[in-house]
Design a protein around this ligand. Structure first.
Ligand SMILES: Cc1ncc(COP(=O)(O)O)c(C=O)c1O
Length: 380
């Protein structure tokens, strides 16, 4: 049964939490009703100054009911440091990935782990190579330490060009970053191709495989490079709870790598940078197949609204298997952003090959219908 989750009720429950008057059961009931509630979706949209958030690849359906319930339950433990629960989560992740807990390192989102890795490999300078455009955080952070970023363009289908990337490895390259499916292009390269790239290149230099969007793929395609970690290769795999699990605001991610690489990276971790609530939500979300299937399916339907629109207007775009789509901007980026902001939508503009490109995250089906209507005069 769907309970109406009104803004008023939301404030009431937030107020109850803040003064510690937690009627846990009724709160849980209300929180459980939330993921399906149109009212809450509207509230979340209006809470951001009235803008529909299509700029950060967020999940409009999360957190799941199980995650919300776990967060409520753990609040009463908020006076305790998260030592035990952190270890517990590591053990669970290790069992899930088929490795030991020494192969796992958790962080406040995978962004935290990208920065720690950037420090570990960039602190002495040298070069980091990646495809381009890609999620830039690791490389940008490493540049703070005077590391150099070697960028290798995508192929003409906006896919990572693994042959060209392998050729870009130099004697002083410290790390190679890959992202599959890739942000911002949304494209996926066949697992076997990526696997042979990792096998070859990791003999010379560690490879960091960012798999933030892996769970958006059909389960039959969800093959991780963790298989190479299990063979003791120099491969670091990162995963996040921010995307399919919808926990971006709670901050939890993890990496899987052989223990010596984990130690090298974890040296740069803050002292327990994550909270009990993030750990509880992540733990409760893991393996929630029903929730993931719901997000995957709604995302595919909503993404089709945008890709149909682009196809109708004969606009080239990356074949996205994720919750965002990348295509060339028909007008200058500044105009697009300001016009769309006026019309109530946030999105992103990227620079690539001396051109500007739009990256639009996938919201709900209704949001995407609204988006294409608002965007229609900006495509020619
Ligand atoms: C490819 C990729 N990796 C990592 C992240 C960082 O996500 P988080 O720090 O929320 O785990 C993002 C965020 O958009 C991303 O797109």
């Amino acid at each position: 049964m769907e309970t109406k989750f009104t803004r008023r009720n939301w404030f009431k429950s937030t107020a109850a939490l803040s003064v510690g008057l937690v009627a846990a059961t009724s709160l849980v009931d209300r929180l459980l009703a939330a993921p399906m509630s149109q009212a809450e979706l509207n509230y979340l949209a209006t809470a951001n100054g009235g803008k529909i958030r299509l700029g950060s690849n967020e999940n409009p359906y999360g957190p799941s009911a199980k995650a919300r319930e776990a967060v409520v339950q753990i609040l009463s433990e908020g006076n305790r440091y998260p030592f035990t629960v952190a270890q517990e989560l590591k053990n669970i992740l290790a069992a899930k990935e088929g490795v030991t807990a020494d192969h796992i390192h958790i962080g406040a989102g995978s962004g935290d782990l990208l920065c720690q890795t950037a420090t570990a490999f960039g602190i002495e300078g040298g070069r980091i190579a990646s495809g381009f455009p890609t999620f830039p955080l690791l490389m940008s952070y490493a540049q703070v330490f005077n590391a150099t970023w070697d960028k290798v363009d995508m192929n003409d289908k906006l896919e990572y060009n693994y042959d060209a990337l392998a050729s870009a490895v130099k004697s002083n390259t410290k790390l190679v970053f890959i992202c599959n499916p890739n942000n911002p292009t949304g494209t996926l390269v066949d697992w076997n191709k990526v696997k042979s790239f990792c096998e070859d290149v990791s003999k010379k230099v560690p490879v960091y495989s960012d798999e933030a969007y892996l769970e958006f793929l059909d389960p039959s395609l969800q093959r991780s490079m963790v298989e190479l970690v299990k063979k003791d290769m120099n491969v670091i795999v990162s995963r996040t709870f921010s995307k399919i699990y919808g926990l971006a605001g709670l901050r939890m991610g993890y990496i899987v790598a052989k223990p010596e690489l984990i130690k090298k990276i974890a040296k740069y971790s803050g002292d327990f940078p994550y909270s009990q609530t993030a750990i509880a939500a992540a733990q409760a979300s893991l393996g929630d197949e029903e929730f993931m299937a719901m997000v995957r399916s709604k995302n595919a339907t909503a993404r089709k609204v945008l890709t149909d629109f682009l196809n109708e207007h004969k606009i080239f775009h990356g074949q996205s298997l994720t919750n965002f789509v990348f295509f060339p901007a028909a007008k200058d980026g500044k105009t697009i952003l300001s016009k769309m902001e006026e019309r109530g939508y946030m999105m992103r503009i990227w620079d690539y090959q001396n051109k500007e490109w739009c990256r639009v995250s996938i919201g709900t089906e209704e949001e995407m219908k609204g988006f294409v209507k608002a965007f229609a005069d900006l495509v020619s």
